[in-house]
Write a protein that binds this ligand. Structure first.
Ligand code: A3P
Length: 345
């Protein structure tokens, strides 16, 4: 067994002002939010209890991990990977929910403190969402630690908070997406999970997002960590926008990365299975019952550039400034940015 490592990064409470701002958006968290590491990744306070165990998790050579900032196309990519690795077993994919086939590492620490006990005792139907009920009863990382191989693991944690041997041991896929589309999609996710847990409209949500105060932010550091390692053989870096543009090409690239071979006919069939309309109807990946919750579905719009309808001109300028400022000094390039859109500066 590998020696237990102490966390090489610090976890500190956010300031009172920041905590107030976060809680202006998110209800249900009684403990203070925290910032982790030099980039200050924001997490609910309960992450402190799990951080060291997650950092010390044993990675297996036959694991496949998907790392994303929330709402970047995680679910889409998970379903793609799972099917490629499981010989296109559509029947099993349909019968077992994706969150069980491909569970989320830090799910337990994301459950709002107020909901935790209620979910645990099956008191809240929120427990049906993405396996929250199971995650309240046993930490999600522990369940994954004890799961049989091959494991498929989803996480929104950035590389620096994950086991240091991850990239030298397992296959890892990172999906990036335009932060503006992510912000809109993230807003609707909160609305969907529990309307009553979200206090604000989109403009306030955006304010807190661009101050890098929502869980798992800062998004650009998150993506840049993976971008810097994109040439490592065990890391496959993709953009949501490229999947939108040409899914079959991305499927072929993924096959190569995972060492799988399929015929063009099979790739065509998989592209149909993974199409927006098909996934939207697919109860196994839609994370709940497949019906809209609070008028929003998990697989929601599926567009690149849809953010434009949610930003007024002032917000659009702010967004450009936000992205330009965070990209300064990095060589990360978003395919949807620094093109025709940077018209205001
Ligand atoms: P929107 O809310 O912009 O529609 P995640 O799985 O990381 O939470 O990402 C969710 C986002 O991926 C949602 O974005 C969702 O609609 C989109 N998505 C899921 N399946 C998709 C598909 N087959 N085609 C296009 N977008 C998809």
């Amino acid at each position: 067994m590998a020696p237990w490592l102490e966390l090489p990064y610090e976890i500190n409470n956010v300031t009172d002002e920041e905590d107030k701002l976060i809680k202006k958006i998110l209800i249900g968290y009684s403990s203070k939010f925290v910032k982790c590491g030099k980039h200050g990744y924001v997490m609910p306070g309960s992450f402190k209890k799990h951080a060291e165990a997650i950092y010390n998790m044993e990675v297996r050579p036959d694991d496949v991990w998907v790392i994303t900032f929330p709402r970047s196309g995680t679910t889409w990519t998970q379903e793609l990977i799972w099917l490629l690795k499981n010989n296109l077993d559509y029947a099993t994919a349909k019968s077992i929910p994706l969150y069980e086939r491909f569970p989320m590492l830090e799910l337990t620490s994301k459950i709002p403190d107020i909901a935790f006990e209620l979910i645990k005792t099956n008191f809240m139907n929120l427990g049906n969402f993405q396996g929250l009920g199971a995650a309240a009863r046993c930490p999600s990382w522990k369940r994954i630690e004890n799961a049989p191989s091959p494991r498929f693991i989803k996480t929104h944690l950035p590389l620096s908070l994950l086991p240091p041997k991850l990239l030298s041991t397992a296959k890892v896929v990172y999906v990036g997406r335009d932060p503006r589309d992510v912000a809109v999609s993230y807003y609707y996710l909160h609305k969907m999970v529990a309307k009553t847990l979200l206090r604000s409209g989109f403009p306030t949500f955006w304010e807190v997002f661009r101050r890098d105060l929502l869980p798992w932010t800062p998004i650009i550091s998150h993506t840049n960590e993976a971008w810097m390692k994109r040439h490592e053989p065990n890391l496959h870096f993709i953009f949501y926008e490229d999947m939108i543009k040409d899914l079959p090409t991305q499927i072929r690239r993924m096959c190569k990365f995972l060492g799988k071979e399929y015929t063009e006919e099979q790739i065509k069939q998989l592209s149909v299975h993974l199409s927006f309309d098909s996934l939207r109807k697919n109860k196994s990946v839609n994370n709940t019952t497949g019906d809209a919750v609070n008028g929003v579905q998990f697989v929601r719009k599926g567009e690149a550039g849809g953010w434009k309808t949610h930003f007024d001109q002032k917000m659009e300028i702010q967004a450009e400034e936000f992205i330009i400022a965070r990209l300064r000094g990095l060589d990360l390039i978003y395919p949807s940015f620094l093109t025709e859109e940077t018209t205001h500066l």
